[in-house]
Design a binder for this molecule. Sequence first.
Ligand code: HEM
Length: 140
Amino acid sequence: MYEIIQKLHSGWAYLALLVLVIAVVNSFLGLSSKKEFTEKDRKIGLFALAAIHTQLLIGFIVYFISPLGFSQLGQMKDAALRLTSLEHPLINIIGIVLITIGWSKHKKLTTSESKFKTLSIFYGLGLVLILSRIPWNLWF
Ligand code: HEM
């Protein structure tokens, strides 16, 4: 069970990060070229949101069954265990919250520029936070 969920969390991360990078690049390009915010742009943002929420869900499961997750929460002196049991989950949850806020905010805005700007800032910050706390040595 643990191995399946761990592999799913590891594999889905490629897809989730790829779609998130596409959404960030797309919103920056839309903002800089002052183009109209279309249904395609909305869908790209929505796919990124859905992919990252799925990753969050799998993350919660893996956190409680992994030997590197919740069970190691007290191990503050070991940098690798601190990363997987505290920093990675906490910072990534904050990143995902920012992405979710960006998505809800953009829906209430009316101009294309403000939509692209909001998605660029919130999705961009979320991506930076997530990338800052990936356990890269476990992944590759
Ligand atoms: C966008 C969000 C996230 C991304 C992109 C992500 C990505 C990753 C990656 C690439 C790894 C290394 C996988 C491997 O071992 O091959 C990993 C490990 C891990 N993640 Fe996440 N993660 C995310 C969110 C979360 C959340 C929210 C939690 C917990 C609530 C979590 C808990 C863990 C744990 C415990 C491990 C170590 C698993 C193990 O090897 O036993 N992750 N994550």
